[in-house]
Design a protein around this ligand. Structure first.
Ligand code: SF4
Ligand code: SF4
Length: 288
């Protein structure tokens, strides 16, 4: 079984549209949405959820003001500045700053601080017209998206083993943070979908550095290449310098957006189209 991760470095390059398009040509494949903070592959896959699992992201801390002696030790020791004193309410924990390390709970001699696991996040195994999809939802501001990516990928591998699937295609998150790192770890190949903008060029450089630390096969697709041919040429020069294969260039076309609005892949939306042929080519190259 081989695992391919589609990444972009930045949002808005068309990464998910390309991943979805691959679903129309990839045979015997399990799909996994690794963009757990803002998933959108389900908009096209229209999943029928068969299994729901809770993901415990972090810890929620509370101070019992009746037990608190106002010694202030927890405020001094919290490295994240999450505990502050309020004249009316006493010592309080700011949930947005708290990292859930639970140090304060351990050092409070009054046992005034307690913790509870956050269980508001879920991951799913679903049936779709393209086969199995593993996906997740995280509440805004929740921690540990990298850990949730690991969880959905682990589940995708289990499902792939059970169904004897040959491939897993991961729709990765934007950026180069924890979730992106978690998405690349152990993958056999990475396809970067980029666009000819200055931020696209900048982010492909950052992402290349990241992927290369994992020694993973790397391919690049330039989407909307004709919106700025000068920057597209700069990206191509960079790929030559770095000895990275440019697998495909796709021109800007409104039908890409229209297909997403219609809840279809570009190949479902336009059969026998020039873009569809390009996507088939991408899949054949990556497979080999
Ligand atoms: S360490 Fe405990 S007793 Fe001291 S201020 Fe914090 S919560 Fe209150
Ligand atoms: S759990 Fe850690 S980060 Fe959160 S308030 Fe306590 S010491 Fe600070």
């Amino acid at each position: 079984m081989k695992e391919i991760t589609v990444l972009s470095g930045k949002g808005g390059t068309g990464k998910t549209s390309i991943t979805a398009a691959l679903a129309s040509v990839a045979e015997n494949t399990v799909f996994c949405d690794n963009d757990v903070d803002a998933p959108d592959l389900h908009l096209i896959f229209n999943p029928d959820i068969k299994e729901t699992n809770t993901f415990y992201s972090s810890w929620s801390m509370t101070i019992d003001t009746d037990k608190c002696s106002s010694c202030g030790v927890c405020t001094d020791l919290c490295r994240f500045g999450a505990i502050h004193y309020n004249d009316d309410k006493g010592y309080l924990i700011n949930g947005f700053k708290c990292e859930g390390c639970r140090l304060c709970e351990r050092i409070c001699k009054q046992n005034a601080i307690s913790s509870e696991r956050n269980g508001n996040n879920y991951w799913y195994v679903s049936d779709t017209r393209f086969g199995k999809l593993i996906h997740a939802t995280m509440q805004p501001g929740e921690d540990n998206s990298g850990k949730l990516v690991s969880q959905v990928r682990k589940s995708a591998r289990e499902v792939a083993n059970q169904t004897k699937a040959q491939y897993i295609i991961n729709d990765g998150p934007p950026g180069i943070g924890c979730a992106a790192i978690s998405s690349v770890t152990g993958a056999d190949a990475v396809l970067i979908v980029t666009e000819p903008t200055q931020s696209g060029l900048h982010d492909i450089k950052r992402l290349t550095k990241l992927v290369r630390t994992f020694n993973t096969e790397l391919y690049v697709l330039i989407n909307k290449y004709d919106i700025n041919t000068e920057v597209a040429d700069n990206i191509k020069d960079y790929l030559v310098e770095e000895n990275i294969e440019l697998i495909c260039e796709i021109p800007y076309n409104r039908v890409m957006v229209e297909s997403v609005v219609a809840g279809k892949t570009i190949i479902e939306y336009l059969s026998n189209d020039y873009i569809s042929d390009k996507i088939r080519h991408v899949w054949e190259v990556i497979k080999q």
